[in-house]
Structures are given as structure tokens and as C-alpha cells.
Design a binder for this molecule. Structure first.
Ligand code: PLP
Length: 388
């Protein structure tokens, strides 16, 4: 059978994730230190795992409300109010989803009419452009620059807005660069969104993982923005809960209602065991999260120092758990650099181009890896660079 005519054109046109392709090469190789996959090296804190076990023990194994357990939504409302300084009603303005991944998909499908333009800043998380395409939108990237710390500047955004622009996707701290947005830049961006009547999807999944003085600011908390922002957050990163698959969206009720319609037919609800675990994370997970954050902070400082020492020009990212060194001076493409590093020194890092064409000349290294392994990886990278 000729399957080329079986698969929808829309889907056939989407490339596979560059991260997956690269990591298939790593499978089965011994002694590889991976700085590749973007997930915490910590197991989920024990008391949170226990909450999932108790859920099973107590026979809490059913569906929940499509929106998620009300007790969890109340805890989310309290947490979001304290951390992001924005208030949402637990009953109708919060939707619990299967990771931020599902929330991104729902938000785009709820908002986009075919051909609408969606702006996002690049380099960016691998799913953004394909998710826009799958929602029949037109992805429009705005390239962020190393000299701006990879933050989105209002002037660059202004230049990309057209009469067809409907949505702006933001992600600070950013995967893969660790960039954080300054409050003044967010204010400039907010002004443009109000002027051009744009809806903002703000993916703040790394917002607890900040290492410098400034406090995290959500664009949803700026004047006039709550009504036009979908705040996306989840448990995967800060609470080390990737496998629980739990996230949430906070937005005005008509938007949550539209997202919920898709969610109820496509997913029904997020798993109840994960929801019970998430409730425990919000109620008692603060100290464990702070310990993990402090450990990432130490590792960030180590990585930035070592990379610069060995001649790999690396800005100090304010958040997330990635560094994004500039490798352009070595005369290899990002992919060649990553492949040769893997072949010669058994260190796996992701070519910057996996995060968009503007990632050429960069490498993403995830430092959510044991400190001892990071030290070995940096020694190996030093040898690799010295031989180039
Ligand atoms: N958004 C960003 C920016 C990410 O980096 C990731 C995962 O790496 C996700 C969303 C997906 O998160 P979740 O595990 O909640 O689906």
C-alpha cells in the first residue's frame, strides 16, 4: 500500500523532532554522558509519589471532572495567586491538562482559524511550530539574539505583527536558551498585544527555576493582560514530575470553556492519581522544590564557568536548566559539532538547530544531570574542543 496518500498532508509535512532523531543515535552506546533530554535528574520527591500510591490504595481510580479535581484547581488558584500575582476562579477559569503539552495544543486549537498567524520567539521549544501547523495556523518566528540574552525585544515583535496575527506565544524562562524577559520588555510586549488585540499564550513551565536576583514576572499580571492571556504551567520541571503528565491552563472563562470542549472529547480528564500527587506537590512540595532549584543553580554556575574557560562562549542564562553556548567559531555546523562530540568523546548534547534554524551555531546542554557527570562531560568537551 502506498501510505503517502494515507497520511494527512498536514501531518506528512511536519518534520520529526530533531531531539528524538539525535537521541536514537545515543541508544545502545555505552559510557555516553547525556546532556540531552530536558528533564530533571531527580526522582519525584517521595511524599508526592506517596500521594499517587495512596490514591491507588484508596481506590481513587476513576474519572474526574473534565476540568480536573476541584480540590486541585483550588490549590492551583492559591498557588498562582501567590506566585504569579494573578487571581483565577477555581470553578471556571482553570483547566487541568495532560502536561503543558496538551494545554498548548488545546489553546491553539481553541483560538486559531485556518491561516491565522501565530508569532513565537525562536530558538524555542520543539513543539511550538508543529503545534501551530496542526491547529491550521501559520507559524511566524521572531529570532532572538545572543546579545539580547535571547530575550524577545518589543521592536522585533512589532516588526512581525500583521493584520492576520492572532496569537503570541511566549516562553520565559526559555527552552533552550534559559532566557528570562526583563519587566520593561514584557511591558513593551504587553502594550503591543493590547494595541493589536492579540491573545498571549504564556508558557511559564520553568518559572520557579530562576537563579538571579530578579523575581519572575508573568505577562498575565501586567495591567490589561489578564483578559487576553492564557497562562500555562505544570508540574514536570519544578517538581520533577515529567512522568505524571500534569499541567494546567488559567484564562478567562470563555477561553477555558472552549479549551475544555476539545479536552473533554479528546482526553476526558487528566489521570486522577497524577492529580492527587499534584495536590500534594502544591500543598507540601515547596521545600523539596527549593532544594532542587538550589542544586540547578550550582550546576548552572559551574557549566557557564567551565564552558567559557574552554573557549565555548556562553552567556549566563537566568533560568530553566539549559545552557546554550555559541560554537560558531569552530567552523562546524551545530549538527556536525554534536555528532563529532558524541562520536569522539561520548557526550550527547542537542544541536541548536533542533530548536529552529536560528539555533545554528549553538548547542543545547541540559545540566539537570548529576554533578560528577557534568564534570566529566566538561573535561571531555575540553579535549574535543582542543582537538578542533
Ligand atoms: N513547554 C516547554 C517550554 C518545555 O520545555 C516542555 C518540556 O520540555 C513542555 C512545555 C512540555 O511540558 P509537559 O511535560 O508539562 O508536557
Amino acid at each position: 500500500m502506498d501510505y503517502t496518500s494515507v497520511i494527512a498532508k498536514q501531518i506528512a509535512a511536519i518534520p520529526r523532532s530533531g531531539i528524538r532523531d539525535f537521541f536514537e543515535l545515543v541508544q545502545g552506546r555505552d559510557d555516553v554522558i547525556s546532556l540531552g533530554v530536558g528533564e530533571p535528574d531527580f526522582a519525584t520527591p517521595w511524599h508526592i509519589r506517596e500521594a499517587a500510591i495512596y490514591s491507588l490504595e484508596k481506590g481513587q481510580t476513576s474519572y474526574t471532572s473534565n476540568l480536573g479535581l476541584l480540590s486541585l484547581r483550588k490549590a492551583i488558584a492559591k498557588y498562582v495567586s501567590g506566585f504569579f500575582h494573578v487571581d483565577y476562579q477555581a470553578e471556571k477559569e482553570i483547566l487541568v491538562t495532560v502536561g503543558v503539552s496538551e494545554a498548548i495544543d488545546l489553546a491553539l486549537r481553541a483560538l486559531i482559524n485556518p491561516g491565522d498567524e501565530v508569532i513565537y520567539h525562536e530558538p524555542c521549544y520543539v513543539s511550538y511550530s508543529p503545534s501551530i501547523v496542526m491547529a491550521y495556523g501559520k507559524p511566524v518566528s521572531v529570532v532572538t539574539k545572543k546579545e539580547d540574552g535571547f530575550s524577545l525585544k518589543p521592536e522585533a515583535l512589532a516588526a512581525a505583527i500583521t493584520p492576520r496575527t492572532r496569537v503570541l506565544m511566549l516562553n520565559f524562562p526559555t527552552n533552550p536558551t534559559g532566557a528570562c524577559a526583563a519587566k520593561e520588555d514584557l511591558e513593551g510586549i504587553a502594550k503591543l498585544c493590547i494595541e493589536h488585540d492579540l491573545i498571549v499564550m504564556s508558557d511559564e513551565i520553568y518559572s520557579e527555576l530562576r537563579y538571579d536576583e530578579e523575581e519572575h514576572v508573568s505577562i498575565a499580571s501586567l495591567p490589561g493582560m489578564r483578559e487576553r492571556t492564557i497562562l500555562l504551567h505544570g508540574f514536570s520541571k519544578a517538581f520533577a514530575m515529567t512522568g505524571f503528565r500534569l499541567g494546567y491552563a488559567c484564562a478567562p472563562q470563555p477561553i477555558i470553556e472552549a479549551m475544555m470542549k476539545i479536552h473533554q472529547y479528546a482526553m476526558l480528564c487528566a489521570p486522577i492519581m497524577s492529580q492527587n500527587a499534584a495536590l500534594e506537590a502544591l500543598e507540601n512540595g515547596g521545600p523539596a522544590m527549593e532544594k532542587m532549584r538550589a542544586s540547578y543553580h550550582q550546576r548552572r554556575d559551574f557549566m557557564v564557568k567551565r564552558l567559557n574557560e574552554i573557549g565555548m562562549d556562553c552567556h549566563s542564562p537566568g533560568g530553566a536548566f539549559y545552557v546554550f553556548p555559541d560554537i560558531s567559531k569552530f567552523g562546524l555546523s551545530s549538527k556536525e559539532f554534536a555528532m563529532q562530540l558524541l562520536e569522539q568523546q561520548n557526550v550527547a548534547a542537542v544541536p541548536g538547530t533542533a530548536f529552529g534554524a536560528s539555533g545554528e551555531g549553538f548547542l543545547r546542554c541540559c545540566y539537570a544531570t548529576a554533578f560528577d557527570d557534568l564534570k566529566i562531560a566538561m573535561d571531555r568537551m575540553e579535549k574535543f574542543v582542543a582537538n578542533l
